[in-house]
Design a protein around this ligand. Structure first.
Ligand code: 6PG
Length: 486
C-alpha cells in the first residue's frame, strides 16, 4: 500500500472524470484515479495523464483509501443510479468517520437526500454536487453546485473553488448551496433551464428557416448579431457556429441530423418537481414535451401527409421581423428564468433549504452550459431584493418585457399564421399574460367543480379560507366535499 498523501480521489474515468482529475492536478492537487474497469486507468496514464506523477492510479478501493490523506475525499463521477449506490456502499465500509464521499454525477435530488442520510448515519460526510460545463468545463473550469453535509464544505471548498470557473472579477462559480439534495436540485433546475434555452433557440431557428426562408449563413449572421447584445450566451454562440458548420464535402452538418431529440432525464425531473410543488414552470415543461414530440418521427411523417396547415404566405424577412424574433427570445428567456427561480424558492420552502438566489445566478455566470451575460442582471435583481417573489417584478426585467412585448406577440402571431410550432415562446407569453391578469377565469372553474362535485369555492366578498357551496341544480344535498389542495 502506498503512502497516504493524496488530496482527493476520483472514481469513474469517463471524459468528465478524467478532465476533472487533470483540472485538479493542474491546480496542484495530488489525485488518485480509479475506475471499475482497470484498463481504463492504464489508458488514462498512457494517454491524457501521461507524465503526471501526481496522478496516481489505484487498483482497488482499498488501495485508493490507503493513498488518501485524512479526512479523505472521494469523488464519484460514475453513472447516476445504481452504480453510485454500489460505490457508496463499498466506500462506506472502507472509510473512517469524518471522511467525505462526493457524488458529482447528475443524480436525482431525492437520491441525494437519501444518500446523505445513509452516509451521515455511518459517521461519514456526503456532498452531492452539480458539475456543469461538459468536457471543456470539467477540464478548464466548470460551474460547481455543492450541497450535502454542511461540515463537508470547509473540507472540499478549497479544491472545488480552485478548479471552478471564475467570473471576470475572479469570483469562483462555486458556492455551498445547502443541505442534503440542495446542490443537485439547483443543478437539476440549471438543466431544466438549459432545456428551455435550447428550445426557444430551436423555435427561433425554425421560424427563420421555414417562416422566413433564411439560409444557414444568414441565420448564423443573425445569431452572431444576437450574441453581441443582450442575448449574449454560450448557447447562442454555439448555435451560430453549428449553423455555419460544413463537413469535408462542404455540406451543412446540421441539415444532415435527424430531427428527433434525446434526453437523459434532468429536464423531466424539473417538470415533475414543478408539478409536485405546484409551481407553473410551463416553459421547461413545453421544452421537455417538444423533445418527446420530436421523437415521434414516424408518426409525424405520416401526419404531415394527412393534416393540413394554413395556406402558404410569403413573409418578408426584413430586419424588423428578425429583430422581433430576437425580442421574443429574450422575453421568453426572462419568463423561463423567472419560473426556474420560482421553482427553487418553492423547493427551498418545501425541503428546508436556505437558497441564496443571487449566489446561484453567480454560480451559473461562467463555466456552465447556460452561462450568459443575462445572469449578471439576475444577480443584480436579487442583490436589490433578496426576497424578490418573481424576476418579472424586478424593475429591469419588467422594463425589458415591456420593450420586447410587441415583437414577442408579433412573433407568436407569425408562427400561428405560418403553422410553425413555437410551444416555448407562446407558452411563455401565455404565462406572462396570466401572471399579469388580476382576474382569471378560475371563478368559472371553481363554479364547475362546485356544480358537479360540491367542491366549494371562496368568495370575492368574504375572507380567504372560508368556503361556500351552492346547490346549483336544486337537487343537491347539503353536504359539501372537503376542501384541500395538492
Ligand atoms: C451540463 C449539462 C449536462 C447534461 C447534458 C445532457 O450542465 O454540463 O447539463 O449535465 O448531461 O446537457 O442532457 P440531456 O441529455 O438531458 O439533454
Amino acid at each position: 500500500m502506498g503512502e497516504a498523501h493524496a488530496d482527493i480521489a476520483v472514481i469513474g474515468l469517463a471524459v468528465m472524470g478524467q478532465n476533472l482529475i487533470l483540472n485538479m492536478n493542474d491546480h496542484g492537487y495530488e489525485v488518485v484515479a480509479f475506475n471499475r474497469t482497470l484498463e481504463r486507468i492504464d489508458d488514462f496514464h498512457a494517454g491524457a495523464a501521461s507524465g503526471r506523477d501526481t496522478i496516481v492510479g489505484a487498483r482497488s478501493l482499498e488501495e485508493l483509501v490507503g493513498l488518501l490523506r485524512r479526512p479523505r475525499k472521494v469523488m464519484l463521477m460514475v453513472r447516476a443510479g445504481q452504480p453510485t449506490d454500489d460505490f457508496i456502499e463499498q466506500l462506506a465500509a472502507l472509510l473512517e468517520p469524518g471522511d467525505v464521499i462526493i457524488d458529482g454525477g447528475n443524480a436525482n435530488f431525492y437520491d441525494t437526500i437519501r444518500r446523505a442520510k445513509y452516509v451521515e448515519e455511518r459517521g461519514l460526510l456526503f456532498v452531492g454536487t452539480g458539475v456543469s460545463g461538459g468536457e471543456e468545463g470539467a477540464r478548464h473550469g466548470p460551474s460547481i453546485m455543492p450541497g450535502g453535509s454542511p461540515e463537508a464544505w470547509p473540507l472540499v471548498q478549497e479544491i472545488f473553488q480552485a478548479i471552478a470557473a471564475k467570473t471576470q472579477d475572479g469570483t469562483p462559480c462555486c458556492e455551498w448551496v445547502g443541505d442534503d439534495g440542495a446542490g443537485h436540485y439547483v443543478k437539476m433546475t440549471h438543466n431544466g433551464i438549459e432545456y428551455g434555452d435550447m428550445q426557444v433557440i430551436c423555435e427561433a431557428y425554425h421560424l427563420m428557416r421555414d417562416g422566413l426562408g433564411l439560409d444557414a449563413e444568414e441565420m448564423a449572421a443573425v445569431f452572431d448579431g444576437w450574441n453581441e447584445g443582450e442575448l449574449n450566451s454560450y448557447l447562442i454562440e454555439i448555435t451560430r457556429d453549428i449553423l455555419a458548420y460544413r463537413d469535408a464535402s462542404g455540406e451543412l452538418v446540421l441539415d444532415q441530423i435527424l430531427d428527433t431529440a434525446g434526453q437523459k432525464g434532468t429536464g423531466k425531473w424539473t417538470s415533475v418537481s414543478s408539478l409536485d410543488l405546484g409551481v407553473p414552470v410551463t416553459l421547461i415543461g413545453e421544452a421537455v414535451y417538444a423533445r418527446c414530440l420530436s421523437a415521434l418521427k414516424d408518426e409525424r411523417v405520416a401526419a404531415s401527409r394527412v393534416l393540413t396547415g394554413p395556406a402558404e404566405k410569403e413573409v418578408d424577412a426584413d430586419p424588423g421581423v428578425v429583430e422581433a424574433i430576437g425580442q421574443a427570445l429574450l422575453a421568453s428567456k426572462i419568463v423561463s428564468y423567472a419560473q426556474g427561480f420560482m421553482l427553487m424558492r418553492a423547493a427551498a420552502a418545501s425541503f428546508g433549504w436556505q437558497l441564496d438566489y443571487g449566489a446561484i445566478a453567480l454560480m451559473w455566470r461562467e463555466g456552465c452550459i447556460i452561462r450568459s451575460q443575462f445572469l449578471d442582471r439576475i444577480q443584480e435583481a436579487f442583490e436589490r431584493d433578496p426576497d424578490l417573489p418573481s424576476l418579472l417584478l424586478d424593475d429591469y426585467f419588467s422594463e425589458v418585457l415591456a420593450r420586447c412585448q410587441a415583437g414577442w406577440r408579433g412573433t407568436v402571431q407569425l408562427a400561428i399564421e405560418r403553422g410553425i410550432p413555437v410551444p416555448a415562446i407562446s407558452s411563455a407569453l401565455a404565462f406572462y399574460d396570466a401572471y399579469r391578469t388580476e382576474r382569471l377565469p378560475a371563478n368559472l372553474l371553481q363554479a364547475q367543480r362546485d356544480y358537479f362535485g360540491a367542491h366549494t369555492y371562496e368568495r370575492l366578498d368574504q375572507p380567504r379560507g372560508e368556503y361556500f357551496h351552492t346547490d346549483w341544480t336544486g337537487k343537491g344535498g347539503a353536504i359539501a366535499s372537503s376542501s384541500y389542495s395538492v
